[in-house]
Design a protein around this ligand. Structure first.
Ligand code: ZN
Length: 191
């Protein structure tokens, strides 16, 4: 693949985070020049039909939720950059703290299969036997877990049905998120 560079003429934190989230890395101290590290840059470009299919997969995963204590059933469908989709449900536990959310179930399934880059996740949730009447958004723990791999550009689709949903970027759900670049000493959130 030919080398791909991007020049940021109007530098700001948002543009830096955006470029890094799609695979670019800074080339100089000032970080005005970015080089694509691997693969093609990807942004959320799902069609409406693809989003609806992702929601349907989350709804199907929700049916397998193990929720004897809360009866609040959640399903998630996480879409990798390569188009593969990993689903998850919440899995409760009598001891409560070992409980896992649907989003992290899907995420850990994917990462354990060697998939670490994602573009979209659909999330649905409602009490057993009830039709989704409200949006269910990822909890704080899941936002952090997803930020690690999806970055600020991860598109989060929160749905009642395939025809009724809202979308937000992870940057909106977890502003100034703490991620791998921070640990590496990057100044991504200092400005
Ligand atoms: Zn969660």
């Amino acid at each position: 693949m030919a080398e791909c560079f991007a020049h940021i003429y109007s530098f700001n934190t948002q543009s830096q985070k955006m470029f890094e989230s799609i695979g670019f890395v800074p080339q100089d101290e000032e970080r005005y020049i970015y080089k694509l590290q691997k693969g093609e840059p990807t942004m959320t470009k799902l069609t409406l039909e693809e989003k609806q299919e992702l929601i349907r997969m989350a709804l199907a995963a929700r049916e397998r939720a193990y929720t004897p204590y809360s009866d609040f059933m959640v399903g998630a469908a996480l879409r990798a950059e390569d188009g593969r989709i990993f689903t998850g449900c919440n899995v409760e536990n009598a001891a409560f703290t070992p409980t896992s959310c649907a989003e992290r179930t899907a995420l850990f399934k994917a990462v354990s299969e060697g998939v670490t880059r994602f573009t979209d996740i659909a999330v649905v949730g409602s009490r057993r036997g009830e039709v989704n009447k409200q949006i269910t958004s990822p909890c704080g723990v899941c936002r952090q877990a997803l930020f690690e791999f999806g970055g600020p550009e991860l598109n989060v689709i929160m749905a009642k049905t395939p025809d009724d949903f809202i979308e937000r970027s992870m940057d909106e759900l977890l502003p100034f998120g703490f991620g791998p670049s921070n640990v590496a000493g990057n100044k991504a959130v200092e400005e």
